[in-house]
Design a protein around this ligand. Structure first.
Ligand code: G4P
Length: 531
């Protein structure tokens, strides 16, 4: 185990992601957090928003504003002496595979809910994914400055749809045009807007909060609203449990915050609790053992590869989450999959728009390293130990295409390009057993657009897609080798291999899949695979 200094470094780190249905306010909240962390000078600095139209992909925004993708992938900043690693997740659902992998690298998630809309479809899906790793969740209910649904109704929905029990930490004082501020139940402080333009607020210490009323409050927000708030708070404090750190860390409950990201209210409450309650860097499971952050030797895993972060250099950056030990500039690391050692002399961290070359990094940190086509998503790096981190998922694709070249002589380049793009997680590539046509698989249709565009720009290949008669894919597994070889013999027309040589069944329709699943009882048909 390691020394005091290392333990201090662990204690002062928090690594989390913000997740939400598009438009709930993730980007605005990220901006405010960066502002509080002095990482940007003014709100409005991050431009990579959907601009109101989500018809365009994040990738297209990225293509237009490449610098911004650097800013929004991983952000490191300090807030009240705590070093925060904030990981951005793509807003568009077509890139959800990327999001799922990013969620393996965090220790906590903030979920943002639009107060007028409640729990939306994508919020539910994302929360389901965070369940795989039992990640603790903090909830921020946003846009209280607009007409909203009843807060209790939203909490009911969170309890039912997200299966988390709610612990309100703050409570809104009305909403929409009448939004006056929030009451911090935990600290017994009321935060009230100074004027109607929702910019400045002040606080009112209500430690004496009781059944009675407060003269200043009666005067400031009106006696009727004040009475209503007192009644509402009494009810809330009685029906909901108090915050309990164990139940939050075990993901039984979620602390709830209300506010308005645009109206500058509530983000500091959220951040203050995050640095107090969210876990410092957690252990990770490997195929051999559990790796603790306190351990002396360096370990880490790659969860994302991003290409073209710097147009001039056409570079690919592998994002690695440090699990244990410490990174020091120039250290030798073992790339476990290839069994090769490499000297890492230029790892960097990210700070609102800039890459900073780093000398030292600790567990919980995300470091970027240059990838010259050798690093794949899911790869583990160690100081010699032969282990592989597990739990970085691949999901069975839902849409399929074959790809045709305008110039058939480019076949070799095409294969090289597709292999690299699949190693970055941009697309999945399958080689059918019975044919030479490569099949591409994706979760969202925009992934196909990105791949065609990148093949053209980065590899000089002009290709087009053709529809294929495949609607479902399942990875094939069995405890019995003979069963597998029999299965391959009888079903080769529907079988292929993925980029890491795992066998996959490519079904032309639901009925076909149901029949084989029923017929072969000792074969597993997996929807998800570890990278
Ligand atoms: P996202 O990243 O989750 O997709 O959401 P984003 O922050 O881009 O916010 C979506 C829209 O909601 C933006 O408006 C943003 O200004 C607005 N918004 C965010 N927080 C609040 C809030 O607390 N109150 C109100 N009233 N609006 C909020 P937009 O018109 O789509 O974009 P923009 O022109 O403002 O940039």
């Amino acid at each position: 185990m390691f020394n005091m200094n290392h333990e201090q470094e662990l204690r002062k780190r928090r690594t989390f992601a913000i997740i939400s249905h598009p438009d709930a306010g993730k980007t605005t909240i990220t901006e405010k957090m960066l502002f509080f962390g002095n990482a940007i000078r003014a709100s409005g600095t991050i431009k990579g928003r959907g601009g109101g139209t989500y018809a365009k992909s994040d990738w297209m925004n990225i293509e237009k504003e490449r610098g911004i993708s650097v800013t929004t992938s991983v952000m490191q900043f300090t807030y009240k002496n705590i070093l925060i690693n904030l990981l951005d997740t793509p807003g568009h659902q077509d890139f959800s595979e990327d999001t799922y992998r990013i969620l393996t690298a965090v220790d906590c998630c903030v979920v943002v809910i639009d107060a007028a809309k409640g729990v939306e479809e994508r919020t539910k899906k994302l929360i389901d994914v965070t369940r795989i790793h039992n990640t603790p969740i903090i909830t921020f209910i946003n846009k209280l400055d607009r007409d909203s649904r009843e807060p209790i109704e939203i909490l009911d929905e969170i309890e039912q749809k997200l299966e988390l029990s709610c612990v309100p930490i703050t409570w809104p004082i009305s909403c929409g045009k009448n939004f006056k501020g929030v009451y911090h139940i935990h600290d017994k402080i009321m935060y009230l807007y100074k004027n109607k333009d929702l910019k400045k607020h002040f606080f009112l210490d209500l430690k004496e909060f009781s059944n009675s009323s407060n003269a200043f409050l009666n005067d400031y927000i009106g006696i009727d609203l004040s009475k209503q708030i007192y009644e509402e708070l009494e009810l809330i404090i009685n029906i909901y449990s108090k915050f309990n750190n164990k139940s939050f860390l075990k993901r039984i409950s979620t602390p709830i915050f209300f506010g308005s990201a645009l109206g500058d209210l509530g983000i500091d409450h959220l951040l203050n609790s995050l640095i107090k309650w969210a876990p410092s860097p957690l252990h990770r499971k490997s195929n051999k053992r559990i790796v603790e952050p306190k351990e002396k030797n360096f370990t880490g895993f790659v969860f994302k590869i991003q290409a073209n972060m710097d147009l001039k250099h056409r570079d690919r950056i592998a994002f690695m989450r440090i699990v244990s030990g410490q990174y020091t500039k120039g250290m030798k690391l073992k790339h476990v999959r290839t069994k090769k050692n490499m000297i890492v002399s230029d790892a960097f961290s990210f700070l609102a728009g800039d890459r900073l070359s780093i000398k030292k990094s600790y567990p919980g940190d995300i470091i970027g390293i240059h990838n010259h086509g050798t690093i794949k998503i899911g790869d583990t790096f160690t100081q010699g130990e032969d282990l592989k981190f597990i739990g970085i998922p691949s999901f069975a694709p839902e849409i399929f295409r074959s790809i045709c070249l305008s110039n058939p002589l480019q076949q070799k380049q095409l294969i090289k390009g597709l292999i690299q793009l699949s190693e970055e997680g941009a697309i999945q590539v399958f080689r059918p057993i019975n044919s030479n046509n490569l099949i591409l698989g994706a979760i969202g249709i925009l992934q196909f657009d990105v791949v065609i565009e990148r093949l053209r720009i980065e590899y000089g290949i002009n290709a087009v897609y053709k529809k294929v008669n495949i609607v479902l894919a399942r990875w094939i597994r069995s405890n019995n080798n003979k069963s597998i070889s029999d299965f391959i013999k009888k079903n080769s027309a529907y079988l292929g291999y993925d980029a890491s040589n795992s066998l996959i069944y490519l079904a032309p329709n639901n009925a076909n899949l149901t029949i084989v699943v029923n017929k072969y009882s000792d074969i597993f048909f997996d929807k998800m695979k570890d990278q």
